[in-house]
Design a protein around this ligand. Sequence first.
Ligand code: GTP
Ligand code: MG
Length: 151
Amino acid sequence: RERTFVMVKPDAFQRGLVGEIIGRFEDRGLKLVGAKVTRLSQKQAEDHYGEHEDKPFFDDLVEFITSGPVVPMVWEGEDATRQVRQMIGATDPAEAAPGTIRGDYAVDLGRNVVHAADHEDEGANEREIALFFDDDELVEYDFHESTWLYD
Ligand code: GTP
Ligand code: MG
């Protein structure tokens, strides 16, 4: 099954939404295979958001994402990247549907509580997972729920 990279951003961490966000993915039936609490260096942040380096909001984005602790995670499941993108909702929380994470917990484009790898960007998961995790930090195990989640 597919692995996808997700990260609780500093705003959500400070607002005590870590458990809430992890719970959304657990409840959906995704399998957690890696997670940590960390704070990004300037360099990690610039690498992570490298695709946006020419955008006018790049400096603000890097400043924000390095401003406090984050929770990078790897979740596994059938079609996980697309499922997770649907669950987090539109980039701008003002446009995000109620029921999505951003639609339920955020109001501002620059404080949108959670990051997920781009479904349209083929190499995004592999690249982003490698930025935050060594291979031995991702755990392989039997997920007993899967019998009841998948046909
Ligand atoms: P991430 O999961 O954080 O990558 O968000 P995304 O994939 O939904 O959006 P995208 O990668 O296009 O943009 C990355 C982040 O930059 C967003 O989460 C926003 O916080 C911020 N951002 C995107 N577009 C704008 C913009 O037009 N203005 C400002 N100020 N911030 C923006
Ligand atoms: Mg993005």
